[in-house]
Ligand binder design. Structure first.
Ligand code: IMP
Ligand code: MG
Length: 181
């Protein structure tokens, strides 16, 4: 490990548990959106692993788009300031949008995004997040699908980064000691 030593990571959610949960969520979404198309909107970059696994478990007409949001610098603290770093490639008007996010922590990022998307008049907007940290919530956000509710600890892996690293871990790990080497 470049910044964090392996022994300072604890596995919180294994690859097998993530796989099983993606199957359950995909089945639920398939049921809930029966007879409709779903437009998955992934929030870069943290969503990439989750969105690609989840999408393959949805048995409907699925389209996929991405946007980039940034609320964090290279630190573990939210700056509280959200900005769009890249926008969607196609309009979402009259589409059933399902936002796919890696984690909802303070909720500020999702609040900003939902307010933004609603101005574009989609047929519906719902949220699917892999992880949810309820202890840190600072604003009300509707969340239709939650992969795992976790304690207020900083997690990495399966798309989630620390200073842009560790997104490629196949599991979700907790940083036990985040001191840089
Ligand atoms: P929020 O605006 O505080 O809800 O934060 C949402 C964003 O912060 C997520 O999309 C992540 O990119 C990042 N984030 C929040 N908690 C963690 C964490 O524990 N590990 C890695 N990134 C996190
Ligand atoms: Mg994110």
């Amino acid at each position: 490990m470049t910044i964090l030593k392996e022994k300072r990571l604890r596995v919180l959610i294994s690859a097998e548990e993530i796989d099983a949960r993606c199957k359950e969520l995909g089945a639920q979404i398939t049921k809930d959106y029966a007879g409709q198309s779903v437009h998955l909107v992934g929030v870069l970059k943290g969503c990439v692993m989750f969105l690609s696994d989840l999408a393959r478990q949805i048995d409907l007409d699925v389209s996929i788009d991405f946007l980039g949001l940034s609320s964090y610098g290279a630190s573990q603290q939210t700056s509280g300031v959200v900005r769009m770093t890249s926008d969607l490639s196609v309009p979402i008007k009259d589409r059933h949008v399902l936002v796919v996010e890696d984690i909802i922590d303070t909720g500020l990022t999702m609040k900003y995004l939902l307010d933004n998307l609603r101005t574009r008049l989609p047929a519906s907007v719902a949220v699917c997040t892999l992880l949810y940290k309820p202890e840190n919530l600072r604003t009300e956000v509707p969340i239709e699908y939650i992969g795992f509710t976790i304690p207020n600890e900083f997690v990495i892996g399966y798309g989630l980064d620390y200073a842009e690293l560790y997104r490629n871990l196949p599991y979700i790990g907790v940083v036990v000691d985040n001191e840089a080497e």
